[in-house]
Design a protein around this ligand. Structure first.
Ligand code: GDP
Ligand code: MN
Length: 304
């Protein structure tokens, strides 16, 4: 029998351009998932980027909750890939189960956001993201879209809109819809505080820290005076308006695959006193890729 054929990829033919659809660019859409939300899947199905150019990758913890999420995810995958209309079907789908401990025993919002739990939790999340990235990033991906499992609403043209900026790392602004008991109206509030521009105060704080300590954003106990993209949104203003960022979150983030190929990953340790997605932004920057954000282009996080 013959030996298997050799497959050659000319990496300079794999482009990441402002017209990804026109250039038939492959997207690797990666989601760490502790819980499955039907709204997340429904939103994926609504994405207008050609699904045959999208590969989905998931990593789920090996907990009871993770098992339930995996079962729910697989049910939806079977529906879409086997029984759904052809245009809904994605190119391929990979599911990984985490081989280390889950980020937290309880996944409730209050418990997740406690300062004392942050370093260990963010380190586990970083490992999960790295495992997902390094096992799924093949030679033909142009872009990696990070999208958390609790992002339940984005513009359907999310991929085209973000890629259109032709930035190496680009974060939309992540908000949360809620019902305001006082005004009795549907309102929205900022959710992801990890998209920020650095401040002198934060730099000084980091300078006085031990090398294994990390700075965190959004905690009263640790005021950083960074400029948060979450608060830069302006009602009715240009959705294309860009700001440079020093830290990014992972709720929704478009990255040129070459940034990851260069070695930018999610440090599960203190890297310049930053961890996980914020450490990733720093690493990308050190590699020469400046991250940007879109204050007026919104995606929405589930409200527990
Ligand atoms: P928050 O919104 O900043 O509180 O962060 P989340 O708890 O929502 O976590 C971010 C993303 O990682 C979401 O998509 C979660 O479903 C997922 N996630 C949370 N914990 C774990 C974990 O232990 N393992 C994996 N694989 N994913 C997780
Ligand atoms: Mn979340």
């Amino acid at each position: 029998s013959r030996p298997p054929p050799v497959i050659r990829y000319n990496m300079n033919n794999i482009t990441a351009t402002a017209d990804p659809e026109g250039n038939r660019e492959n997207i690797l859409l990666l989601t760490p998932m502790a819980r499955f939300y039907p709204e997340y899947w429904a939103n994926l199905l609504r994405l207008t980027y050609p699904h045959e150019l999208i590969t989905l990758g998931f990593i789920l913890p090996k907990t009871k909750e993770g098992n339930e999420a995996t079962a729910a995810l697989q049910k939806q995958i079977a529906k879409t890939q086997r029984h759904g209309p052809a245009r809904d079907r994605f190119r391929s789908i990979v599911i990984l189960r985490q081989d280390d401990e889950p980020a937290l025993a309880s996944q409730d919002e209050g418990e997740r956001h406690k300062l004392a739990n942050q370093k260990a939790r963010r380190a586990v999340m970083a490992r999960a993201r790295n495992a997902l990235l390094f096992t799924t990033l093949g030679p033909d991906a142009s872009w990696v879209l990070w999208l958390d499992a609790d992002i339940v609403e984005t513009p359907p043209s999310l991929i085209q809109d973000l890629a259109g900026h032709d930035r190496a790392v680009l974060a939309p602004n992540c908000f949360q819809r809620y019902y305001d008991e006082e005004t009795r109206r549907a309102e929205e509030r900022p959710y992801d505080f990890n998209n920020w521009q650095d401040s002198e105060v934060a730099q000084k704080l980091a300078g006085a820290m031990g090398r294994d300590d990390i700075l965190l954003e959004g905690y009263r106990e640790m005021p950083t005076y960074r400029a948060l993209m979450a608060y830069m949104a302006q009602e009715g203003k240009d959705e294309k308006f860009e700001v440079p960022l020093d830290g990014v979150g992972g709720t929704a983030l478009l990255v040129k695959a070459d940034v990851h190929r260069d070695g930018a990953m999610f440090p599960p340790f203190a890297f310049y006193n930053l961890i996980e997605t914020e450490g990733f932004a720093k690493m990308a920057k050190r590699l020469g890729w400046q991250p940007y954000g879109l204050p007026n282009y919104k995606v929405y996080h589930y409200n527990e």
